[in-house]
Design a protein around this ligand. Structure first.
Ligand SMILES: C[S@@+](CC[C@H](N)C(=O)[O-])C[C@H]1O[C@@H](n2cnc3c(N)ncnc32)[C@H](O)[C@@H]1O
Length: 339
């Protein structure tokens, strides 16, 4: 799997599994709704036929919202979404394909080298995306492709947010499970069971019993290690998959069963990498203000920062950073069309 999507494979895997979005959904419906309401107000203020660029679009949840506003207000927006991963949202999220079809997606496209001319867009947006990139370069690119007078608005992770805390916990859980020896033991167990069922020899049966015991002990230990954790959703999902695999041999041939086992480990590895990327991307108060200063310098216009909080609970979910490119500012110092 890795060879095919070498760069950003952990995200490519995620966006192929029928997920419209990553972080806002995980924060709860209440949060997803309040974030969506803020974006709706922003898109509503944009002029007719505005050109909009969604940075690190994933499966295009934000671009789809812009498409919604465009359609309901007859605004004829032209919307582009870029992402470094190998995305194809309309194909992988068929339930919203009619909205995603209105967006032009650019897979395997890094924010540090945007494939657009200078001053192409009326608005550049990002939801939990731009902070994952090389910030200085992608901020410069964002302002380069923005028209004078154009607007930008970014929702970025904060290091002290509820999302970042949950992410740190789940990252620790994922690493512990991956490094526990559970997955090699599971593979040994499945191979022993398959051999024993084929030959029914006492030695093979004994080996199968022993490996079943080994996996049982590891699962029980992990279960106990995470017993006091506030959030066990990831652990429960993975351990349930491991516990359920032997049963699946009744309906699958040995090769498929071993592939399924390997898939559980691969998906957990991908998740662990995504969680780590988010931990590294989340901004401290100081880094958020550095980003603000950089944007001010690049855009020549006003920039605002405010805490992003979740609907009712008022928990911190990140920073909103928004501003305008100074209207009278001429071309950016970079050459027109340079990537
Ligand atoms: C947390 S997801 C956010 C996706 C989407 N905006 C959403 O709200 O669901 C972060 C995305 O950033 C992308 N990404 C990370 N680094 C990038 C880079 N340098 N250039 C472009 N995309 C990048 C990843 O592939 C991933 O899809």
């Amino acid at each position: 799997m890795r060879g095919e999507y070498e760069a950003y494979w952990e995200w490519s895997v995620f966006w192929r599994s029928d997920q419209l979005q990553s972080c806002t959904a995980e924060a709860g419906q209440d949060t997803a709704d309040s974030v969506a309401a803020t974006w709706r107000v922003f898109f509503d203020t944009l002029p007719e036929a505005a050109h909009i660029l969604d940075l690190a679009t994933g499966n295009g949840v934000l671009a789809a919202q812009a498409a919604d506003v465009s359609q309901s207000g007859a605004k004829r927006f032209e919307i582009h979404g870029v992402d470094a991963a190998d995305i194809d949202p309309a194909r992988f999220v068929p339930s919203v394909a009619s909205k995603l079809d209105k967006v032009e997606f650019h897979p395997q496209t890094r924010l540090e080298h945007l494939p657009f001319m200078d001053r192409e867009f009326d608005a550049v947006v990002s939801q939990y995306g731009i902070e994952y990139s090389d910030r200085s370069r992608s901020l410069a690119e964002s302002i380069r492709v923005l028209k004078p007078g154009g607007q930008y608005r970014f929702l970025v992770h904060a290091a002290d947010s509820v999302l970042a805390k949950r992410c740190a916990l789940q990252h620790r859980q994922a690493r512990t499970m991956l490094e526990s020896g559970l997955f090699p033991a599971q593979e040994r167990m499945l191979r022993h069971i398959l051999v024993a069922e084929n030959g029914n020899a006492p030695a093979e049966m004994a080996a199968a019993q022993q490996s079943i015991g080994e996996v049982g002990t590891l699962v029980a230990k992990l279960d106990a290690d995470f017993a006091a954790d506030e959030d066990r959703s990831l652990v429960d999902r993975v351990l349930a998959a491991v516990r359920g695999l032997p049963e699946l041999r009744k309906h699958n041939d040995p090769g498929t069963l071993l592939d399924m086992a390997d898939n559980v480990r691969t998906l957990l590895d991908a998740q662990s990498r995504r969680l780590n990327a988010m931990r590294e991307a989340a901004l401290s108060e100081r880094q958020a203000h550095e980003m603000l200063a950089e944007l001010k310098d690049l855009s020549g216009g006003d920039v605002q920062i405010e805490a992003a909080t979740s609907g009712e609970s008022e928990h911190r979910i990140g920073f909103w950073i928004a501003g305008e490119k100074r209207p009278e500012r001429g071309l950016s110092p970079r050459r027109e069309g340079t990537t």
